[in-house]
Design a protein around this ligand. Structure first.
Ligand SMILES: [Zn+2]
Length: 477
């Protein structure tokens, strides 16, 4: 009997990887084996170590990957899958493929840098430390991507077809609807990937892109994310608080350091800064966007503007490309990045990674965290175990490049910029289902978040909801 197996994002928010096996044969020799997403585990070491484990079914036996979106925790294990022998198609939307074209080689580059660092300081128990995959291997994996249109049905075999529908999470993001047919009976599986904010801008004030997840879905089995299962986003407009935080930090001569995902969050944030400066709500201080990836993503962001809200489209029309704004510097080369260290006047530095797990942000944090004049501002989710989580939790110090750096800078966080729906928004979306799914499995959440969302869905909707467990197999009856 066909089954789904949760190979990641079960009990945690990273490493999204769900296997569909159509024959029930665990050797993978019969029927089709499809992966929905193929993400990297990030955060605590015991999860990250799972990036080094083999898949339960050999990579060469996996026939295809359906990718919901271009976040590393959903796509970052693809180069490793290819390295281990996968040669099938990877289906995704055109913007997702373009974004993977920058995010995966960058990830390979970071893996190589990490391995090099551990070899230099001999802090790894593996000798020599090896990258999970190299930049070149990441580039090589891009040849397997195949674009699919949103809404188009793709038949992979007589028994399995799929369709992507809008998830409204980030540019190009979709949910995967899979239909399994056996013995004349069709079973519909819906994998949400990450779910974006609802349509109403008043409910989701930090929302800049997309028009809400596709309504009226149905499923026999729903596999749904639960990142924000136990937290509600603030409903007030974040811009006044943002303006105050930046203005106060600038007045005391401090620099504002913003860890942000290079893709989408950075683009969204520079447009907000531009708007606040143009309307006189913050001083016109220099903005440094320290990420080669963010520069490339700006071009993709401007290319696919059909997915945005009217408000965002209006801003793009009014202000044009951020790469040409005076006072905004996009650092591409390591030399340009290092030059930012010499800036001692008030400025804003935006750099990745968004959870401070790697990348150029680490240099800026190491330099600016010890000074109480500075402000570290989080505008995204910080998974437990990441440096971002440690800093946001107001710890006295954080380990960067093997050393402990004291945290004396002001630390603030604005939750409104989230691209994940919160429980009221999720319920609003689930209520558009014309019928209740047979079972809903919650993935992509910390145990506490998934558990609370399960209880809420039981109570509010009366649905049959379970929290998925790592490596658990679900029979598709
Ligand atoms: Zn995501």
């Amino acid at each position: 009997m066909a089954y789904i197996q949760f190979l990641g994002a079960a009990g945690t928010v990273t490493g999204s990887k769900h296997l569909i096996n159509t024959s029930g044969d665990p050797s993978g020799k019969n029927g089709l084996q499809i992966l929905i997403d193929c993400g990297l585990f990030q955060g605590p070491k015991d999860w990250r170590e799972r990036n080094w484990r083999d898949t339960p079914i050999s990579a060469a036996e996996i026939d295809a990957v359906i990718l919901t979106h271009a976040h590393l925790d959903h796509c970052g294990w693809i180069p490793r899958l290819v390295k281990e022998g996968f040669r099938g198609p990877i289906y995704a939307t055109a913007p997702t493929i373009d974004l993977c074209g920058i995010i995966l080689p960058d990830s390979g580059h970071l893996q190589e840098e990490d391995a090099e660092f551990y070899n230099k300081v001999k802090k790894s128990k593996h000798d020599p430390a090896l990258p999970l995959y190299s930049l070149e291997e990441a580039q090589g994996s891009l040849q397997y991507f195949k674009p699919v249109q949103v809404g188009q049905t793709t038949q992979l075999s007589p028994e399995l077809s799929f369709r992507l529908v809008r998830a409204a999470h980030i540019l190009g993001s979709c949910m995967a609807e899979v239909v399994l047919t056996s013995g004349g009976q069709a079973r519909r599986l819906l994998f949400t990937g990450d779910i974006g904010r609802v349509l109403d801008h008043k409910v989701a004030p930090g929302k800049v892109v997309h028009s809400g997840p596709t309504e009226g879905e149905t499923a026999d089995i729903l596999v749904m994310e639960s990142t924000y299962g136990n937290r509600i986003h603030p409903k007030e407009d974040p811009l006044p608080e943002l303006a105050t935080l930046i203005t106060v930090a600038a007045k005391r001569g401090g620099t504002v350091v913003v860890p942000a995902f290079a893709i989408e969050r950075t683009q969204k944030f520079v447009f907000i800064l531009k708007h606040l400066m143009e309307s006189g709500q913050i001083p016109g201080i220099s903005v440094f966007c320290d990420s080669p990836m963010a520069i490339k993503a700006v071009e993709i962001f401007l290319k696919y503007n059909e997915e945005y809200t009217d408000e965002t489209r209006g801003m793009i029309q009014k202000y044009g490309s951020p790469l040409e704004w005076p006072g905004f510097t996009f650092a591409s080369t390591p030399e340009e990045s290092k030059k930012i260290n010499t800036v001692l006047v008030p400025a804003i530095i935006i750099s990745s990674s968004g959870m401070a797990t790697g990348g150029r942000i680490l240099h800026h944090l190491a330099q600016r965290l010890p000074d109480p004049k500075n402000l570290v501002l989080f505008i995204g989710f910080q998974a437990p175990g990441t440096r971002g989580f440690v800093i946001k939790s107001k710890s006295p110090e954080v380990k960067i490049f093997g050393d402990f750096v004291p945290i004396r800078a002001e630390v603030a966080a604005l939750e409104q910029f989230s691209d994940h729906a919160d429980p009221p928004e999720l319920l609003q979306w689930l209520r558009t289902f014309p019928s209740r799914p047979g079972t809903t499995y919650l993935v992509h959440g910390e145990p506490e978040a998934s558990g609370q969302l399960r209880d809420l869905m039981n109570k509010e909707l009366g649905w049959n909801v379970e929290v998925a467990h790592y490596l658990e197999k679900i029979e598709v009856k």
